[in-house]
Design a protein around this ligand. Sequence first.
Ligand SMILES: [Zn+2]
Ligand SMILES: [Zn+2]
Length: 165
Amino acid sequence: MKVSHESPRPAGTAKARGHLRNSAIDAALALCRENQISLTPGRRRILELLASEGRPLGAYEMIDRIAEVTGKRPAPISIYRALDFLLENCLVHRLASRNAYLACGHGHDSKEPIVFLICEVCGEVVEAASPAMRAILGELADEAKFFPRSQVMEVAGRCRSCAAA
Ligand SMILES: [Zn+2]
Ligand SMILES: [Zn+2]
């Protein structure tokens, strides 16, 4: 499969993380400006946390991280509200198989078909998409007279470095 918006890269390098962090935050800010959305400090904190982490985090892991930094444990409801907002605006994705969240710096539409390649060994997740996949899914939905709301696929396996180890 041709990966169009991001090519797989080694897990956890400082460079990769820095890049993801900047692109997720930049995409978020650009999108918010465009749509006149305000990124409140709470929403921004969650987005920055996910973007700098560069791997999926569960809501309770986020609460732990925020508590470490601020000394205060945020209420789960405030985390879920911020996540709902970020999900709606396609700044964050939810991985159903792990009940975890991942920042998205691609600035794409929420209906865009995407595939997550999830490494079961190191936990690295790569977000991928391809025009061919978009076309095939579009055809499938048309034939079934189906109107997709989200088109997210999760593929589990091993990343390049774990497969080589
Ligand atoms: Zn995305
Ligand atoms: Zn791996």
